[in-house]
Design a protein around this ligand. Structure first.
Ligand code: PMP
Length: 402
């Protein structure tokens, strides 16, 4: 009976629970820094103007209907998305070494990827960074992997990447271990390897015969430049790796609830593509049969129109620049308050999140006493900070630390 069902862990759904607590909080000082979603300087969600424009075009297009999409999704979406990731001049695309499938956002891409790797490639060990987005482990274990391990990533004391530890752990990994890498804007630390470091990592991954899987949920969001943010994936692709890459359009298009994603599989021998494709079809068919069309049509419309593409890029710059401005101001305010510790990491970190370095006890203070909702790890979403609440956020962090 249902009485036998044990309680599930709440760790994986913490961001959603904090958002609910925030919504229920009656204080006018409340701030939500837990959710990974962009907010304007008025604290409002933002539907990108280019998305509205594409939606109007779609609504007026009477040739469109609500019939099922193919199992692997909308071809004009997956091909444009893959091109955005690998670049217009991608040799791998030209040589027919790439196959992709539309997925239910980045999470769905990871889930399909993990099941494919587990069932078709017989991989069983996966590594994720310590720390990482909390869902990685859960997705891979649910997809059939049984051996989940971490590689060192974050040096909490120095507040930067523990690169030596990272390399050592990869060097000790068993052959065929899947290495989950964040393509850019690492969540939750906001700290990415440099290009030189990526080259070293590629070397180890190649010599140790490990399998790279890129999670690319923030392309454009890290630097405001789509090409720059895809550098790591493109470097691996151009270096001849076989790899998987999971794309999400939640953040860079603001299409969170439309669930638009793409899984890209890059192989070295194009003749294996038909087999890979037939297995992918089976994974998706049994999981959700075929994906929804609305969000994918929006993205396809924008990516395939040079004019809308340019408009979209300006939206990305708007979001990236506001976040960078908030980072600068938060750091300045903490330094002006003479809050103990160093705060330079707030501006050196990139993307949506900042790993503040607050301890669990300090986080508890900020949440319970200051009505500022943030993850227990000390991660804050920079998007939740705006001109009206930044003083309260800085003062609260200061009070928690002193
Ligand atoms: N990977 C990482 C690292 C993320 O931070 C996120 C979003 N929080 C995702 C994947 C997937 O998000 P979504 O399923 O909404 O695209």
């Amino acid at each position: 009976t249902f009485a036998k069902v044990p309680a599930g862990s709440t760790i994986y759904t913490q961001a959603f629970a904090l958002t609910k607590a925030f919504q229920d909080d009656k204080s006018d000082k409340k701030v939500n820094l837990s959710v990974g979603a962009y907010r304007t300087d008025d604290g409002k969600p933002w539907v990108l103007p280019v998305v509205r424009k594409a939606e109007i075009m779609l609504a007026n297009d009477e040739t469109l209907n609500k019939e099922y999409l193919p199992v692997l999704g909308l071809e004009e979406f997956t091909s444009a998305s893959t091109k955005m990731l690998l670049g217009g001049g991608s040799k791998a695309i030209a040589e027919g070494k790439v196959i992709s499938t539309q997925t239910l956002s980045g999470t769905g891409a990871l889930r399909v990827a993990a099941e494919f790797l587990s069932k078709q490639m017989n991989f069983n060990t996966f590594y994720y960074s310590a720390q990482t987005w909390e869902n990685h482990g859960l997705i891979f274990m649910n997809a059939g992997f049984t051996d989940g391990r971490t590689y060192r990533y974050w040096d909490a004391e120095k507040r930067c990447i523990d690169f030596e530890g990272f390399k050592e752990d990869l060097n000790n990994a068993p052959e065929n271990a899947v290495i989950i890498l964040h393509g850019c804007a690492h969540n939750p630390t906001g700290s990415d390897p440099t290009q030189e470091q990526w080259k070293e990592l590629a070397q180890i991954i190649k010599s140790r015969k490990l399998f790279p899987l890129f999670d690319c949920a923030y392309q454009g969001f890290a630097s405001g430049d789509l090409d720059k943010d895809a550098w790591s994936v493109r470097y691996f692709a151009e270096s001849g790796f076989e790899l998987l890459c999971c794309q999400s359009y939640a953040k860079n298009f603001g299409l969170y609830n439309e669930r638009v994603g793409n899984l890209v599989i890059l192989v070295s021998d194009p003749s294996v593509i038909p087999n890979v494709k037939s297995q992918l079809l089976l994974v998706v068919r049994a999981m959700y049969s075929n994906p929804p069309s609305h969000g994918a049509r929006i993205v396809a419309k924008v990516l395939n129109s040079p004019q809308l593409y340019e408009e979209w890029k300006t939206c990305i710059v708007t979001m990236a620049e506001r976040i960078i401005r908030m980072r600068k101001q938060l750091r300045e305010k903490l330094e002006a308050l003479k809050t103990p510790g160093t705060w330079s990491h707030i501006t050196t970190q990139i993307g949506m999140f900042s790993f503040t370095g607050l301890t669990p006890k300090q986080v508890e203070y900020v949440v319970n006493e200051c009505h500022i909702y943030m993850m227990g790890t000390g991660r804050i979403s920079m998007c939740g900070i705006n001109s009206s609440n930044i003083d309260h956020v800085a003062q609260s962090i200061h009070d928690a630390v002193v």
